[in-house]
Design a protein around this ligand. Sequence first.
Ligand SMILES: [Zn+2]
Length: 302
Amino acid sequence: MNRKSLAILLSILGVVILSALGWYAYSSASQAEAIPATFDGSRAYEDVETQVSFGPRIPETAGHDQVRAWIQAELESAGWQVEVQESEAMGHPVKNIVAKRGDESPQVVIGAHYDSRMYADNDPDPANHTVPVPAANDGGSGVAVLLGLARALPKETVPVWLVFFDAEDNGRIEGWDWILGSREFVKNNPIQPRAVVVVDMIGDADLNIYKEKNSNTAITDEIWKTAEDLGYGEKFIDSSKYSMEDDHTPFLEAGIPAVDLIDFDYPYWHTTQDTPDKVSAESLKAVGDTLLSWVVGQSGQP
Ligand SMILES: [Zn+2]
C-alpha cells in the first residue's frame, strides 16, 4: 500500500468512525426525547396504603398530622419547596399544603384533598354512620396521584403548583361545610393560573371518569384527548354525567378555569368499605400518565 492509498483509507476510516459517533449521539438524544417520564402506578398504590395506615385523616387528629408530615417529606425528597398555609374556617384550623419549584407564579395548579371524612354516613349499616371513612379512594387516591406527579414531572414544564387541600370532606355535618380548604386557598392566593385540575376519587379499580358538568370545557377536552391518545379512552368516558361541588368550585367562582376529575360511580363512597382493595395501581397510573402528559404538553402553548 502506498502513502496515497493509506491516506485515503485513513480518511474513509475517519469518516466512518465520525458518522458512527454522530449517529450514536443522534439516536441516543432522540431516544431520550422519545422516552417520556412515566407515572409509577405501583408506588402510587403503596402511597394509598400508607395513608390508610395512618388511620382517619380528620382535621385536628393524629392521623391528619401524620399524613401532612409525610406528604411534606415526600415532596421535599422529590425536590419541591413546601409551604403549609394555615388559616381558619368555621372555627376549624385549615392547613393547606402547597408545593412549588421556583418563585414563578403557577400557570397550572393540580390539587387534591388530603383530609378524610369524619363519618361513614353513607354506609349500608347505620351502626357505621359515626365511624370515620378509611378514605383509600376518597382522599387517598388524589394525594397518591399528586405525589406521583411530584416525582415524575420534568423540571422544564410550565410553573406548576401541587396543592393538597385540607378540610374538603365534612359537608353535611353540624358545624362544617364542604371544600373549606380550597375556599381558603383561593381567598389567600392571588394567582391567575391558566388551568386548575382537581383530582378526587380517581383510584377506583373500576375506573369510569365522566366529564364533570361545571368544569371548564376546553381544558376538559384537552385532558380527554390526552387520555385517548395514551390508550385510556375506556377510563375517560367521552360524555358528561355529574355536577359536583368540589375543590374546583372556588376557582370557578373566582373566574379561574378549573376542572374536576372524579369518578363518582363508587359504591363505597363515604362508607367503611372505602379501603385500598377497591383501588388499583392501573387506575392511578391512567390518571397520573394523563396528567403528566397534559402538563408537559402545556409548555409549548402561549
Ligand atoms: Zn368525600
